[in-house]
Design a protein around this ligand. Structure first.
Ligand code: MN
Ligand code: MN
Length: 462
């Protein structure tokens, strides 16, 4: 009878029970590298810079149309500093298709408004406009850093990074004290902190020897002018992002988890990057994408809907005398994005038989979407079958996952934009606890297995 059980029933096992000692050590080393990547990649721009640094150290060079693309050649395209595409040319022609990993490195955050600085009651603030889906109540009383660029009147671009060094000041959005929060406490969670109250406190010291009504604001501008040479009008051509200030840390007595800002989706982006950097001469051309703008719908020139990707692929295809559409039709893409991990504290929104669990490996999602799979790419059984078998053959610990109960909500990824290009695509990624919060939680095992899965795809000859 137990033989029959073994043969017929699907019984996923805890990932940590399935790791060899060598794998355990590799997982720890991988996790350390990932945590360092996170600490250097607090924004999409920072992620691109960090990726370029790591890639160039492994022999990747900037791609130029027309360059020689012999097997094993390693190239990258920097898409306006906000996205990056890396490729390792395979033994087979691009006519046989490419093996692609597509993740995103933008994360929910608070962007400064174009005219952000004001003073109220001798307190200076920045107005923010949140980027991506956030639960606003989570972003008050959290230490913040400021990262981004300012393009000045003379055209010079200034990089701004404040708050990540131990001696730097940080910033905060204040909340009401409980003593006076009686009315606020009665409001629904999503109304208690309105968007227009997400104002960052940036200074309280008035400019000396000035008698204007905005002496604190002026003092902030004087500081900024001194430090970066910028004026108030320069904010108009700036992209300044307020992001949570904490660095990545191991969590739990057993250190099995990683807490950090921006796991969604840097945890999958790093998995792809780590995998492609290790390639020598793959069978198929391997392509790793860090897309921007996923959190606001993948629109924009640096998003996955942009032709920047097609331009890069077509240019490489031309070099091999291959039609881009032929290449796409034979390609495979893993849309590497996080999924929701089952959280027993909120069991009511999950459907336990079809949830992703922490420590059960990379989560494969046949479909995402909401309300009857709306907006989902919905991979075919054949595509799921391919990945399932490939992962099994390569010792990749994986699980099948839906995001939550059918009626509870939903979400999307870049999968549908790859599928639209006639590329077979499957969603897969790391299960995350408190996704989109200023501080998200993932398990080391799931991070490591996402990398192992990505590596198996890049190395596969199908
Ligand atoms: Mn995501
Ligand atoms: Mn997201």
């Amino acid at each position: 009878m137990s033989e029959l059980r073994e043969k017929l029933l699907y019984k996923p096992k805890h990932g940590l029970d399935r790791l060899s000692e060598t794998e355990r050590q590799e997982m720890e080393a991988y996790s350390r590298a990932y945590m360092s990547f996170l600490d250097h990649g607090k924004t999409e721009r920072d992620c691109v810079d960090t990726a370029i640094e790591l890639a160039e150290a492994r022999g990747f060079v900037p791609y130029a149309p027309g360059m020689e693309l012999e097997p094993g050649k390693k190239v990258y395209v920097n898409n306006r500093g906000k996205g990056i595409m890396l490729a390792v040319i395979g033994k087979q022609s691009l006519a046989e298709g490419a093996h692609i990993g597509a993740a995103h490195t933008d994360a929910p955050r608070l962007d400064l408004k174009p005219n952000p600085l004001y003073e109220d009651t001798e307190l200076a603030y920045f107005k923010t406009h949140h980027y991506g889906g956030i639960r606003k109540y989570q972003w008050v009383t959290v230490p913040l850093e400021l990262h981004g660029v300012v393009v000045k009147a003379d055209g010079e671009t200034v990089r701004v990074t404040i708050g990540d060094k131990p001696t730097d000041p940080q910033f905060v959005i204040n909340d009401l004290l409980p003593h006076l929060g009686r009315e606020q406490g009665k409001k629904p969670l999503n109304e208690a902190i309105p968007s227009e109250s997400l104002n960052i406190l940036v200074g309280t010291q008035p400019l000396r020897d000035d008698d204007g009504s905005d002496r604190v604001k002026l003092a902030v501008l004087a500081y900024l002018h001194n430090a970066y040479g910028i004026t108030e009008e320069d904010f108009i051509s700036a992209e300044l992002e307020a992001v949570p200030a904490a660095n990545a840390r191991e969590l739990g007595f057993d250190r099995s988890l990683i807490g950090a800002y921006g796991h969604d989706d840097r945890v999958c982006a790093y998995a792809e990057l780590h995998a492609i950097l290790e390639l020598d001469v793959p069978e198929k051309t391997a392509v790793c994408i860090f897309a921007d703008k996923e959190e606001i719908g993948s629109e924009g020139v640096s998003g996955m809907m942009s032709e920047a990707f097609d331009y890069f692929m077509e240019s490489m295809c031309k070099q091999q005398g291959v039609d881009l559409r032929t290449c796409y039709s034979k390609s495979f893409c893993l849309s590497a994005d996080v999924t929701a991990a089952y959280d027993p504290n909120f069991a009511e929104v999950y459907e336990k038989r079809n949830s992703a669990f922490v420590n059960y490996g990379v989560g494969l999602c046949k479909y995402t979407g909401a309300g009857g799979k709306s907006g989902a790419s919905d991979a075919s059984a054949e595509v799921v079958g391919y990945v399932r078998n490939l992962f099994n053959q390569n010792g990749v610990i994986w699980q099948m996952a839906e995001m939550g109960k059918t009626d509870a909500g939903g979400g999307g990824t870049v999968a549908k934009f790859m599928a639209q290009r006639n590329i077979d695509t499957l969603d897969a990624g790391v299960p995350v606890l408190s996704m989109h919060a200023p501080y998200e939680t993932v398990a080391k095992l799931d991070c490591y297995m996402t990398y192992r899965g990505m590596k198996a795809i890049f190395e596969d000859a199908r």
